[in-house]
Design a protein around this ligand. Structure first.
Ligand SMILES: Nc1ncnc2c1ncn2[C@@H]1O[C@H](COP(=O)(O)OP(=O)(O)OP(=O)(O)O)[C@@H](O)[C@H]1O
Length: 249
């Protein structure tokens, strides 16, 4: 069995009267594909924010690759090897796709300056190959604002992959992707993750996507995992079918 790459232990975070993380714990092995599912407000995004440094837990620990990364800044955590994409893509919409990738790289490497010549950046070819691997080669020179929502989500993921993470959190990678394109997008994405041996944890509301692409499913409820298991076990669980998927038993 592969080693544990991420361990979240008993994370707690309260917003006023709301316990958005209420003893949230999860162990992740290298190369797993974990889907996080659960109703709105269950604390799925909060969990991602706690593991990636966007929020600091009031108690609990996050251990990544054997090191305690609890409460470190998002930038430091990114450098340690945890990437993320967002529910709403965080891109510079007036810049081209290539510029977004190169700006992210330069920021990570600490090489950004107002005089940076993105058109002569030494990593352009590498970024073209990355875009190719997620099926977006043709978008390289297009401004992000011209692209549809589904494509922006993929670009946001490509930006995270450009920083070469060992593990990536993806918040709803297929929302905004049309239903007839979602499998194609996920196939491409999975191939890119496999090729880089990137472990992935993704929040997903589409159960067809969960069934097809997750190796394990964690059901979130009230700020913690209520249930976990294989897609088959979870998607056929009577309580999950009723409360999360919304189909009676
Ligand atoms: N910055 C914040 N300030 C106050 N309350 C917050 C904040 N962020 C989240 N919450 C609350 O914490 C709880 C968990 O929110 P979170 O966004 O993590 O849920 P979620 O499972 O990701 O929901 P969704 O599926 O709708 O994205 C909710 O009750 C939410 O209103």
């Amino acid at each position: 069995m592969s080693e544990i790459i991420l361990e979240a232990r008993d994370l707690e975070l309260r917003f006023g009267g709301v316990l958005a993380a209420n003893g949230a714990s999860l162990s992740v092995r290298a190369n797993e594909r974990i889907a996080i599912i659960g109703p709105n407000g269950a604390g799925k995004t909060t969990f991602i924010n706690l593991c990636t440094g966007y929020l600091k837990p009031q108690s609990g620990r996050v251990i990544f690759a054997g090191q305690d990364v609890t409460g470190l800044s998002p930038r430091t955590i990114t450098r340690r090897g945890i990437g993320r994409s967002f529910q709403i893509p965080q891109l510079f919409t007036d810049n081209t796709v290539m510029e977004n990738l190169l700006l992210a790289l330069s920021a990570r490497e600490g090489t950004w300056s107002p005089f940076l010549r993105l058109d002569r950046h030494p990593k352009r070819e590498e970024m073209i190959a990355l875009l190719d691997s997620v099926g977006l080669r043709d978008t390289a020179e297009r401004p992000v604002r011209e692209l549809p929502e589904g494509m922006r989500k993929l670009i946001d993921i490509a930006v995270a992959l450009a920083l070469d993470p060992k593990l990536i959190f993806m918040d709803e990678p297929t929302s905004g992707v049309s239903s007839h394109e979602k499998f194609q997008v996920m196939d491409t994405l999975t191939r890119a993750l496999d090729a880089r041996a990137t472990t992935a944890i993704f929040v997903e509301h589409d159960m067809d996507v969960v069934a097809r692409y997750a190796s394990r499913v964690a059901v979130w409820s009230g700020g913690r995992i209520a249930l976990e298991g294989t897609p088959d076990e979870i998607l056929n669980h009577p309580e999950v079918r009723e409360t999360v998927i919304g189909v009676g038993v």
